[in-house]
Write a protein that binds this ligand. Structure first.
Ligand code: FES
Length: 111
């Protein structure tokens, strides 16, 4: 079993339910952090796989995020495209809150 690498990326206090946040972290593609109305937390790649739209400018409904450009939708749980024109999935990161910070499971940047 591999060890998880929880890397802090965002202040949990800044989260607002249903309001996706774009987060830029060194060494990673832009990220989109989403807290659902029901309290679930998701971190996915921010760039839509159809064009180059920022999903953080989109809309959250249930456990899906809708792209602001052409209304493609992605499941926040597993990243699959659930509505065209997007068809390729987005990456989903394992995430949790540790000591007030949203953390994702990615290797730490090289020193
Ligand atoms: Fe996202 Fe087209 S850029 S659906």
């Amino acid at each position: 079993m591999s060890e998880l690498n929880w890397r802090p990326i965002y202040e949990a206090d800044f989260l607002e339910a249903g309001a996706p946040q774009r987060v830029v972290v060194e060494g990673l593609p832009p990220l989109c952090v989403v807290q659902l109305e029901g309290g679930g937390l998701h971190v996915v790649d921010d760039t839509c796989t159809h064009g180059q739209a920022s999903l953080a400018d989109g809309f959250v409904e249930g456990d899906e995020i809708e792209c602001p450009w052409h209304n493609g939708k992605f499941c926040l749980q597993d990243g699959r495209a659930t509505s065209g024109p997007a068809s390729d999935p987005i990456r989903v990161y394992a995430s949790r809150v540790v000591d007030g910070k949203v953390c994702i499971d990615v290797p730490a940047p090289a020193a």
